[in-house]
Write a protein that binds this ligand. Structure first.
Ligand code: ADP
Ligand code: MG
Length: 627
């Protein structure tokens, strides 16, 4: 039907005051994201189709019941028009006047309540809003709506306006059920009179609308909104295809989460973890890959707010019908509803990861291998989910086979009755850790210790702090006290021999401290060493050696970090020999002390000054090979 069919019994009416104001903004200042007018009109058409489908089930008879339920879009490049036709519920005269002449309906009303005077002047801010039907005036300087209600006894009507102050309604007989909207494009909006442009806008915003959308006869939205269907009906290949579509991907997804909730919020989510972590491959920071929809219509593509940043590797869709379609991107950021959806979906995802770890350990291992770094980032940055994330962390430990990973929960399960803390030590590799002095005390006591081989791990543990109410303790802490350690014997209990030995050691440690000066905080007799002569430990519980390495490598903190303690094993042959050497050749004995310190620092993974260290060690070697 064309506009020429309109009958003359026309009636012109003023727009409601708020509508005038809104239209004024739309016409004069809205230019950003102008293409959303199409999203709004297509959404209205889809709503109308949905309403018709519902109504047709209730009524005995509806007008034009044979029409297929669909949306058609035609452009006319000569006349510079875009026409959107639906076979939905339609509007009678009163509805045309009420719905398109006042703001009584949901969408634009939110727009208005959100918009204060200051915002109304800010073109950018306004541009981020959807304004419902009136968005048509962003692109058109004249809009004609022809509509025929589904009711048998109605007739067609036409509504037209230039969006300035008034609209005109007249009768329009002989038209089909539904609504046709003809946009006469503004001079600077002629780009929209091209099929290709229209198709790409429809693909972007309206790909999942549940009625066919045809542009010049070609159906554009052929991909189904898989998330809205029930899980049991969906095949794996369908999921994989969908992933490739929404994730713009070529790989097969590693994991997926498909869930829906009705209370407290209506949420449907379909999320995928890709096969591999692009960030790990050195492609820089990934952009978020999950988009926010409201009833299958795009609200925020690759949303920065709908999931925490550390879940940026996920791809997929979150749909909530509780969200207003017309919400601005600005408003999304501090929207309480969005925050709630974020929390619910994140918790669900973490819960599912836990289940996967149990039921499909190999899949989880692969996931951890690829995306574990993101979960660690979550522990450090996201207090809300910290405890849940703690359960998903994986490490090697003294009790695991090389290359196999354990969870903190497994560690806790194996803990003996006396053990109250969870122990860990950082090093560059399992071999490196096992060759070093830090695990001697654990080996001797048969205590399990976690190996944290990722430089970031100690940072992660310092944020996690506790797991299952047990403190996480680095084995290079100065105040380490292991289960089974006896308290100091009282002076009276000690034999004369022990007392003499202690005195000798005290003499040695005091002298060593003198030699090392400010390089160490204290030199102490060690309770933890078995085979090694010396070990560096940290009096400051936060500044473990690994943390120090991390901070140095990121250029923080300058040169001076918390001073270390040097613990010595006075029963070791080297220390016993040293005590003798000190009596005969003190200058040389001092060199040996410096070398012991440097060696212990190297074993702690900390930097020493290489030039003097090498010179000194040659000096010592020269003495050894002297005939
Ligand atoms: P909203 O969609 O948020 O209600 P709109 O400004 O987009 O706000 O639309 C206003 C009203 O106009 C709708 O609620 C609906 O009743 C009516 N309407 C708009 N487009 C159509 C259509 N194609 N068919 C039937 N009714 C429509
Ligand atoms: Mg609408």
């Amino acid at each position: 039907m064309s506009t020429e069919n309109a009958q003359p019994h026309a009636e012109t009416k003023e727009f409601q005051a708020e509508v005038k104001k809104l239209l004024d903004i739309v016409i004069h200042s809205l230019y950003t994201e102008r293409e959303i007018f199409l999203r709004e009109l297509v959404s209205n058409a889809a709503d109308a189709l949905e309403k018709y489908r519902h109504q047709s089930l209730l009524e005995e008879e509806t007008f034009d019941s044979h029409l297929p339920l669909e949306i058609n879009i035609e452009v006319d490049d000569d006349k510079k028009t875009v026409t959107i036709t639906d076979t939905g519920i339609g509007m009678d005269r009163g509805e045309l006047e009420g719905n398109l002449g006042t703001i009584a309906h949901s969408g634009s009303k939110t727009f208005f309540t959100k918009l204060d005077d200051a915002a109304q002047k800010d073109v950018n801010l306004i541009g981020q809003f959807g304004v419902g039907f009136y968005a048509a005036f962003m692109a058109a300087d004249k809009v004609t709506v022809q509509s025929r209600s589904y009711r048998m006894d109605d007739a067609g009507h036409q509504w037209e306006s230039d969006g300035v102050g008034s609209f005109t309604i007249s009768t329009c007989p002989g038209i089909r059920r539904g609504t046709k909207i003809i946009l006469e494009l503004k001079d600077d909006a002629h780009e929209f009179a091209a099929d290709t442009r229209i198709k790409s806008i429809i693909k972007r915003y309206s790909s999942f609308v549940s009625f066919p959308i045809k542009v010049a006869g070609e159906e554009i939205n052929t991909v189904q909104a898989l998330w809205a269907r029930s899980k049991s009906e969906i095949k794996d290949e369908e999921y994989a295809d969908f992933y490739k579509f929404v994730g713009n991907a070529v790989d097969e997804p590693l994991l997926r989460l498909h869930f829906s909730a009705d209370a407290p919020l209506a949420i449907k989510a379909l999320l995928f973890a890709p096969d591999s972590n692009i960030e790990k491959m050195g492609f820089g920071r990934t952009d978020p890959g999950v988009s926010l929809y409201c009833q299958r219509v795009l609200i925020d593509q690759h949303s920065k707010t709908i999931l925490p940043e550390w879940l940026r590797f996920l791809k997929g869709v979150i749909d909530s019908e509780d969200l207003p379609l017309n919400i601005s991107r600005q408003a999304l950021q501090d929207n309480a509803l969005v925050a709630k959806i974020n929390k619910v979906v994140t918790s669900r995802f973490l819960k599912q990861l836990g289940e996967t770890a149990k039921k499909e350990p190999e899949t989880y291992e692969k996931f951890w291998d690829e995306f574990g770094a993101f979960l660690k980032e979550g522990v450090v940055s996201d207090f809300t989910h910290r405890d849940a994330l703690g359960k998903l962390l994986r490490f090697e430990s003294s009790a695991s086979e090389p290359g196999k990973l354990i969870s903190l929960a497994e560690y806790v399960e194996r803990m003996g009755e006396e053990q109250k803390e969870i122990y860990y030590i950082n090093g560059t590799s399992r071999d490196d850790i096992e060759a070093g002095p830090y695990i001697e005390a654990f080996r001797k006591r048969d205590l399990e210790i976690i190996y944290t081989v990722d430089p970031i791990d100690d940072f992660v543990f310092s944020h996690l702090a506790m797991f299952d109410e047990k403190q996480l303790v680095s084995a290079d802490r100065g105040d380490l006290k292991l289960p089974g350690d006896k308290d100091e014997e009282s002076e009276e209990e000690k034999s004369e021999e022990v007392k003499a030995e202690e005195k000798a050691t005290e003499g040695l440690t005091a002298w060593m401290k003198e030699v090392l000066g400010d390089k160490v905080k204290e030199v102490l007799e060690s309770k933890r060493l078995e085979d090694s002569p010396a070990i560096i430990v940290n009096p400051d519980a936060f500044m473990t050696s690994s943390m120090e390495r991390l901070m140095r490598s990121s250029g923080q903190g300058g040169q001076q970090f918390g001073a270390k303690n040097l613990e010595i094993n006075s029963h070791h042959a080297l220390l016993q020999g040293l005590a003798e050497l000190k009596k005969n050749d003190e200058p040389f004995a001092k060199s040996v002390v410096e070398q012991i310190y440097d060696n212990a620092m190297i074993q702690a993974g900390l930097m020493v000054e290489p030039r003097s260290m090498v010179e000194r060690s040659y000096e010592i070697l020269a003495r050894v090979v002297k005939p």
